[in-house]
Write a protein that binds this ligand. Structure first.
Ligand SMILES: C[S@@+](CC[C@H](N)C(=O)[O-])C[C@H]1O[C@@H](n2cnc3c(N)ncnc32)[C@H](O)[C@@H]1O
Length: 250
């Protein structure tokens, strides 16, 4: 059977190497959308459950919705306290109207048609509930190693553009006319990891998988470039988080 998610074949690399989200992001989310303790949260594009487990740890009752069967099955194995985990599409949620306090998309909103997914989020939210979308974006444009990686990717991965996630996320939500209030918060953090783990993180990305037959060449060039930039073998990668919270009318 053909997978419905480009991430299904990447599930092991995804689970092993994708970063979780910093604590401050959940504190900001609670400040803008209310306490997560006992909140009814629908998490769409939940993947292997990286954000799911962080939401559950803060007391949320999370129903995870995910397009990929392999991703969802890994989430179920790794997240025993999830309230529900269903195969489904963010643009046609398999859920009744008004059942959620919060609908979230961690690193997944850019896969959606905004008007369709925003309409679905509003349908399943109670009045006054919120939609929250967020990302960990690599924030390394001032480093030579990252710029040369991106140049290689743009040459080798069909259609890839390093700025693919630069979009007016808050305005796109305002333009739907569905929300009373839309707020964006950003923050910065970094992580340090051995080069092999960093290469696994690269392999978890759909646009790296799209390189196809030349993936080995790409990863070989990356290893050389990273060893040059980080001679001790530990890659330091800066991130910028972007959190957008859109509240519906009460
Ligand atoms: C980059 S991953 C993010 C996974 C997880 N939220 C995290 O923070 O690691 C994007 C996920 O969205 C899922 N996805 C893509 N389009 C979707 C859709 N229309 N409905 C539901 N899930 C979708 C993919 O299968 C993938 O698991």
């Amino acid at each position: 059977m053909c997978s419905r998610s480009v991430f299904d074949p990447l599930v092991n690399a995804y689970d092993a190497a994708r970063p979780s989200y910093p604590t401050y992001l959940f504190q900001d989310l609670e400040r803008l959308a209310g306490s997560l303790a006992d909140a009814r949260v629908i998490e769409v594009g939940a993947g292997t459950g990286i954000a799911t487990r962080q939401l559950v740890a803060r007391g949320a009752r999370v129903i995870a919705v995910e397009l990929g069967e392999a991703m969802l099955s890994r989430l179920r194995e790794r997240t025993p306290d999830v309230a529900g985990a269903v195969l489904g599409d963010g643009e046609a949620l398999p859920l009744a109207a008004g059942v959620a306090d919060l609908v979230t998309y961690a690193q997944a909103w850019h896969w959606m048609s905004v008007p369709d997914a925003a309409g679905e989020a509003v349908r399943v939210l109670r009045p006054g509930g919120s939609l929250a979308v967020w990302w960990n974006d690599v924030d390394a444009a001032d480093t030579r190693w990252w710029r040369s990686q991106q140049t290689r990717l743009e040459a080798m991965s069909p259609g890839y553009d390093r700025d693919y996630r630069i979009r007016p996320w808050a305005d796109e939500l305002r333009w739907t006319g569905n929300f009373a209030d839309v707020v964006t918060l950003t923050g910065r953090w970094e992580r340090e990891m051995p080069i092999d783990a960093y290469l696994t993180w690269l392999r978890s990305k759909s646009y790296v998988a799209a390189i196809g037959d030349r993936l080995g060449d790409f990863l070989g060039s990356e290893r050389d470039s990273l060893l040059h930039a980080f001679p001790d073998g530990m890659v330091v990668e800066p991130f910028r988080t972007v959190l957008v919270v859109a509240r519906t009318d009460a």
